[in-house]
Design a protein around this ligand. Structure first.
Ligand code: SF4
Length: 355
């Protein structure tokens, strides 16, 4: 099928872009659903039928019967939506280049290499259960699914860890070391039971004894948006806004989580701040588009970013990109996960949805 010509959307006014998105959306009817992640810019998310974090949107995609799912988020989210939907449903993204650097920090080859090295301790499939954050490539999810493992999000990481440890004595947690460490420490693991796997070093930079001692082995990945937050920012926020509560995402490093009043997934941050009493003050350590939206939606509260940290990848999706995909439904920017990866990855995702 010929690729439709790219329209010169850059020449359109914002009003014209909006008018055409609404017209295209109306003509697509209920056979189309637009899902928008909380970190999307206002110019895009205002067209979303459902707004949520990665867990809520994965669930929504799995339940949806729409023939076309427009996923305004980053690539791993659209992949997960495709894996969880039927073959006759099509998932598209406004901009296929909207990726996630953290997801790219663990490749299937690197994970398989780690598995081979972990055989030093015994049969890895008897010792380790692989748990991957949903912020991962589809073939890493497939690796987890094929080895009895599970996907998690920041909303259900504690449950996923418990689920995993009921099945095997140790966990390999991919790819976000901070979510893994924060979750493990909150569940009572001691720091010496947690080790870091650096994929380019022999034994991941560990000794054999260190690996034998570790219950939780963390992949050396991180989110650069949340790694920007530092303990000094929390201290500064407390000086500048005495009385404000500091709430951060568990993708922040443990020192920042420990210095804050609360830590929670994107969905938890939204819920806590929305349910807080009028007049309360919040300093939030997560992606700034969400913080700005909460500030607009909750005018009776003081809501400030810990520091302004934007995800440039989420920001790649523009209203003009959205117009392009809704005017060419199912013909461009299709995200399709191949057959051999699809089933084991679906297994890992389904185990998470069944938690
Ligand atoms: S905020 Fe971080 S984890 Fe989320 S998409 Fe952006 S880079 Fe990836």
């Amino acid at each position: 099928m010929a690729t439709p010509p790219v329209e010169p959307f850059q020449d359109l006014s914002d009003q014209e872009v909006e008018r055409r998105i609404l017209a295209a959306r109306a003509s697509l009817g209920d056979q189309t659903i637009i899902l928008g992640h909380h970190y999307q810019a206002e110019a895009v998310i205002r067209f979303a039928d459902v707004i949520g974090d990665s867990y809520e949107l994965a669930k929504k995609a799995a339940q949806s019967s729409a023939r076309l799912i427009v996923f305004c988020g980053v690539h791993f989210m659209a992949e997960s939506a495709d894996i969880l939907t039927r073959d006759d449903q099509t998932v598209v993204m406004p901009d296929l280049d909207a990726g996630c650097p953290m997801a790219d920090m663990a490749s299937r080859g690197e994970v398989e290499g780690a598995w081979v090295q972990l055989a030093e301790l015994g049969r890895p499939d008897d010792l380790f259960l692989p748990v991957t954050y949903i912020n991962s490539q589809a073939d890493v999810k497939a690796f987890c699914g094929a080895h009895g493992g599970i996907t998690c999000t920041s909303a259900n990481a504690p449950k996923a860890l418990r689920w995993a440890l009921e099945r095997r004595p140790k966990i390999l947690f991919l790819p976000d070391q901070h979510l893994g460490r924060n979750t493990a420490l909150a569940q009572g693991f001691r720091p010496e039971e947690i080790a870091l796997w650096q994929p380019h070093l022999p034994l991941g930079g560990n000794t054999r004894e260190g690996l034998a001692r570790a219950r939780i082995l963390l992949w050396n990945g991180h989110c650069h948006v949340h790694s920007r937050f530092a303990v000094e920012h929390v201290a500064q926020a407390r000086r500048d806004h005495p009385g404000a509560k500091v709430i951060v995402h568990p993708e922040c490093c443990h020192e920042v989580v420990a210095a804050s009043d609360l830590a929670g997934s994107t969905g938890v941050i939204v819920k806590v701040v929305k349910e807080a009493p009028a007049g309360s003050a919040w300093v939030i350590g997560t992606e700034v588009n969400l913080v700005s939206r909460l500030a607009r939606e909750e005018p009776g509260k003081t809501i400030l970013p810990l520091v302004s940290s934007m995800c440039p990848n989420m920001y790649k999706n523009s209203a003009r990109d959205l117009l392009h995909v809704v005017e060419n439904p199912g013909r461009i920017n299709v995200v399709k996960v191949s057959g051999d990866v699809r089933e084991p990855a679906r297994l890992a995702l389904q185990r998470m949805l069944d938690l």
